[in-house]
Ligand binder design. Sequence first.
Ligand SMILES: Cc1cc2nc3c(=O)[nH]c(=O)nc-3n(C[C@H](O)[C@H](O)[C@H](O)COP(=O)(O)OP(=O)(O)OC[C@H]3O[C@@H](n4cnc5c(N)ncnc54)[C@H](O)[C@@H]3O)c2cc1C
Length: 406
Amino acid sequence: MESNQLQGVAVIGGGPAGLMAAEVLAAAGVRVDVYDAMPSVGRKFLLAGRGGMNITHSEPYGAFLARYGSRAGVMRPMLDAFKPDDLRAWVHGLGIDTFVGTSGRVFPTEMKAAPMLRAWLHRLRESGVHFHQRHRWLGWTADDSLRFATAAGERRVRHAAVLLALGGASWARLGSDGAWQPLLAERGVGIAPLVPANCGFDSGWSAHFSEKYAGQPLTTVAIGGRKGQMVVTATGVEGSLVYALSAGIRDRIAAHGSATIELDLLPDWPLERLRQELSHPRGSRSMSSFLQSRVHIKGVKTGLLHEVLDKEAFHDPLRVAATLKALPITLRAPRPIDEAISSAGGVRFEALEGTMLKAVPGVFVAGEMLDWEAPTGGYLLTACFASGMAAGKDMLRYLMNPADAA
Ligand SMILES: Cc1cc2nc3c(=O)[nH]c(=O)nc-3n(C[C@H](O)[C@H](O)[C@H](O)COP(=O)(O)OP(=O)(O)OC[C@H]3O[C@@H](n4cnc5c(N)ncnc54)[C@H](O)[C@@H]3O)c2cc1C
């Protein structure tokens, strides 16, 4: 036990938010100890890099801010201080180039996170940051020492200030499991329950449809006029278009028990044109081959028509045309949070003074564990970096004058 150690600060959680805070603090000459439950830091960041990491987005800043929805106002001061262009410049400072993809998303060259993380950790170590892996934070003792579970038993340490950047609750095997919620709740911190964000949904396909089409992509479809890609899963749907709409769908399910989306299977075809094409005589052809030759509908898209239309309706060209433009899929539940790309909910902004917990002075919070959400496309990482930077700066002010809370 080292309960009298009160030197420097603790950053608990070595994801993008915690590491950014550590960088700000170390650059100001503060001794920083980074603690993480996992054998290495930045595991979710590395995973994010595996499928082509979007680090930020190049759209105009007003549109960028709007992606944070009802939290745009509270996030704004952090994002203003570390805008997407600042983030790009910071990545360049690590010796990694970035480029803007056709979607406007910004990627590091090679679209990988590993070279970036390697360069960053090297720089952090050079600047004196100390890393303590396999340290799972368990909360506080009665005298406000931090409790960590380690391979050598429980370790207790004290620091002048603490920054929590413990992430949300998706992909728990990468380290962020949301286990911090009761630890903060019992200190009187207001927390909105963590729920899945950027997630898939269950719809309840027929066994036949699920067996035949699970894993099949639905390329260029639209929902509510928004075009994109999605994938049929064994139990429902997932993919970028679904993720983009997932916050609204999730909230509708929570309020009403289910949410019905209307899928446009042919977004480039006006309904009238479809009607005309399908009003041609079918002759002896089956309806499926007629649909394929006239409007290029086949495979999983034909399967979807069968899923929602009875036999009579499936042979009625006008019903088919209308359904191709607005195929109803009732979604009944989001997939479990562990499968989601990110979490919504977390420490409420009302519980904060700047980024410091009102209920626990000297403890700061950053990253995905704050109560905001955003779509995929670089918005998540940008906000994690920006909030880590803000929390690091708030902590510096606190260290200079603890009485003057953040
Ligand atoms: C598959 C996937 C792809 C993604 N792709 C993108 C993308 O392309 N672009 C984008 O912007 N975002 C993407 N994200 C989201 C992004 O990775 C996260 O939003 C971001 O990593 C959150 O950063 P954070 O620092 O808040 O938390 P995390 O990165 O989750 O880090 C939290 C850290 O805290 C540690 N920790 C947790 N609890 C404890 C404890 N009790 N004690 C000690 N340590 C603890 C964890 O081990 C972890 O290292 C993706 C996410 C996933 C899952």
